[in-house]
Ligand binder design. Structure first.
Ligand code: THG
Length: 268
């Protein structure tokens, strides 16, 4: 399971303040700690300024700053093509774009960028109306349509991470199962495609959120989820990833599990 570190996001008050004040040390500390904890990518979201010009300036500052502290690729979490371009101009290596969806206008503005810059792409299985479709069949159809357009723009299936968008268990007790069904259908019908999810939505409105997030991560991992947007500095969560991958025969000789034990990463 690849973990996309979620912490550099201006919906978090302290990050918002650090970005506005250009507090380089604060941002670089977040970057370093997430990379050292095992993140494969770092999500970068400064989406609070509603002005895309300001968001683009944020990305021009953030991208090189973060990669100076953490030598891993970034996941550019913004709705605006101009902001993505600003980020890509400064990015080293292959970035991930977060995200496209089934809206043709979105696909035609962002997929050419992804193809030209050889990026990976997170694709939400939502349609133009931005409503999250209720059933897994409808979500699968959107995923297939996105896959076709991506292929046309030179983005292979292996570089697309489909995000079926999980909704809170508190609003409908079937939400986790609908998510898992969609995930399995995507893996089956689009072989080679990758899958991803944010972890925190599932537990919204319920107590002991971290417990639900961890259980969800284990179930989703078993259903074939390839990546999660999560907090890699959460030791219990990362230990759960390590343990469940060993149990799922994704860790030959339990070598990863034993190494994590020796390095104290399984201690809570
Ligand atoms: N899918 C995709 N992209 C996404 C999401 C998704 N990007 C944004 C979001 N969901 C994932 N990112 C975060 C970032 C931070 C937090 C949660 C999700 C977070 N939450 C604390 C909480 O909810 O309690 C806030 C507390 C704090 O300030 O630290 O930190 O689903 N493609």
């Amino acid at each position: 399971m690849e973990i996309i570190g979620e912490k550099i996001n201006t919906t978090r008050k302290a990050v918002e303040a650090a970005v506005r004040q250009r507090d380089a040390a604060f941002i670089q500390d977040l970057a370093r700690r997430q990379a050292e904890a095992g993140a494969a990518f770092l999500d970068v979201n400064s989406g609070l300024p509603l002005d895309p010009e300001e968001e683009a300036a944020d990305f021009e500052w953030l991208v090189p700053l973060i990669q100076e502290a953490a030598d891993i690729p970034l996941c550019l979490d913004t709705a605006h093509p101009k902001v993505i371009e600003a980020g890509l101009r400064r990015h080293k290596g292959r970035a991930m774009i977060n995200s496209v969806n089934g809206d043709p206008a979105v696909l035609e503005s962002i997929l050419p960028l992804a193809g030209r810059h050889h990026c990976k792409v997170i694709a939400l299985t939502t349609s133009r109306e931005k409503k999250i479709p209720a059933g897994s069949a409808e979500r699968l159809e959107i995923a297939k349509a996105i896959a076709r357009r991506a292929q046309d723009h030179g983005v292979p299936l292996e570089d697309i991470y489909f995000d079926p968008l999980v909704l809170s268990l508190a609003t409908d007790q079937k939400n986790a199962l609908v998510f898992l069904e969609t995930l399995k259908a995507i893996k089956q019908e689009l072989p080679g495609a990758r899958t991803v999810s944010g972890l925190s939505n599932i537990s919204f409105g319920l107590p002991r959120r971290k417990l639900l997030n961890q259980a969800f991560l284990v179930l989703a991992g078993f259903a074939g989820m390839d990546a999660a947007i999560a907090d890699p500095t959460d030791k219990a969560l990362m230990a759960m990833v390590t343990a469940s991958e060993a149990l799922a025969n994704k860790d030959a000789y339990c070598a990863g599990y034993l190494r994590a034990f020796r390095e104290g990463r399984l201690d809570m």
